[in-house]
Design a protein around this ligand. Structure first.
Ligand code: FBP
Ligand code: MG
Ligand code: MG
Length: 342
């Protein structure tokens, strides 16, 4: 009998993670509904922009709003005291007795909604309470404090990549049983990368170390890296992440000189932190180019961060380029001074 998500969540009943498991269960039910909505042509108005901008300045699409509505309801069915979403400017207060805070990107890869390419949902579950009990403090916790994190991929299959801090697993939704079944019990990101994922159209806006890193990859086996690299860019972080978790690689969204992009495009609390948590628990790594993402103390719900995640050796390599901008081969990155154990 194939093991299911429900089995694994039920096994956490009565444990310190019981509330977190209950929250994951509600999110999974909402993701099944959202996948059905997407398969039926998406939200009323589909990919049309609503004309309303979200906190990040992106025009909200009807499906962004519909997804957010589904996950607000799921959070209300869970022991959640604060809901922080890409599609809501402020943290939304919920059950005062809730023990959890949920940071969420209801629809990841919005630019792909109308192109029928995989899109997703990314979530991070934090403890709420103590010095992190208020709307303005609850999402200012470093990613290391996450109780669980995950992302759903709405693609040819509906997948869930999930971690409670003890390894990372993948589940696949099976319409025949109506359940998420275990697809990969323990994901292990290959340590070395043969592929990089970056939006190369931004190259002229990058800082020198970043440009040099990509140039050296593109120079292939006759270049300083001594081997060939392939490139992929889906422009849905969840799809690029899942591919990298399976076969290795590195995803990069650096800061650049465009207005508003000094810290890149990816949001720390509901995109970088959950993906970093999943990556580290699958033997990979995630940095802001130099230092571990999970050690950053967020200053706000919608803060952006440069991000590099994937195969551990390659994330370290990128940090070496960043730590030695003049290519003197002398200075070290924070990564080279052993970090907190993963
Ligand atoms: O359009 P760009 O600059 O290539 O950026 C694509 C990146 O931005 C994102 O779409 C941002 O996420 P949202 O779609 O949730 O805003 C990532 O999924 C993706 O990796
Ligand atoms: Mg996103
Ligand atoms: Mg989004």
């Amino acid at each position: 009998m194939q093991k299911t998500l429900d089995d694994n969540l039920a096994a956490l009943a009565g444990s310190p993670l019981a509330d977190t498991a209950a929250c994951v269960g509600s999110l999974a039910a909402a993701a099944i509904e959202l996948h059905r909505l997407i398969q039926n042509g998406g939200a009323e108005g589909g990919a049309e922009a609503t004309g309303i901008g979200n906190s990040g300045g992106d025009l909200q699409k009807a499906l962004d709003v519909a997804a957010d509505r589904l996950f607000v309801e799921a959070a209300r069915r869970s022991p959640v005291s604060f809901y922080g979403s890409e599609e809501q400017d402020e943290a939304v207060p919920m059950a005062p007795a809730g023990t959890l805070a949920l940071a969420i990107d209801p629809l990841d890869g919005s630019s792909n909604i109308e192109t029928n390419v995989s899109i997703g949902t990314i979530f991070s579950i934090l403890p709420a309470g103590g010095e992190h009990a208020g709307a303005d403090t609850v999402f200012r916790q470093p990613g290391r404090r996450q109780l669980a994190a995950g992302f759903f991929v709405y693609g040819p299959q509906l997948l869930l990549v999930l971690s409670f801090g003890q390894g990372t697993a993948t589940y696949a939704f099976r319409p025949a049983t109506g359940r998420f079944e275990v697809l990969i019990e323990a994901m292990a990101i290959p340590e070395t990368a043969k592929e990089f994922a970056v939006n190369a159209s931004n190259q002229r806006h990058w800082e020198a170390p970043m440009r040099r890193y990509i140039d050296d990859c593109l120079a292939g086996k006759d270049g300083p890296r001594g081997r060939d690299f392939n490139m992929r860019w889906v422009a849905s972080a969840v799809a690029d992440a899942y591919r990298i978790f399976l076969r290795g690689g590195v995803y990069l969204y650096p800061g650049d000189t465009r207005k508003g992009y000094s810290s890149g495009r990816i949001r720390l609390t509901y995109e970088a932190n959950p993906i970093a948590f999943l990556a580290e628990n699958a033997g990979g790594a995630a940095s802001d180019g130099l230092n571990p993402i999970l050690d950053i103390v967020p200053e706000g719900l919608h803060q952006r961060t440069p991000v590099v995640f994937g195969s551990r050796d390659e994330v370290l390599e990128v940090a070496r380029y960043a730590a030695d901008p003049d290519n003197l081969g002398e200075r070290f990155s924070a990564f080279e001074r052993p970090l907190a154990p993963l």
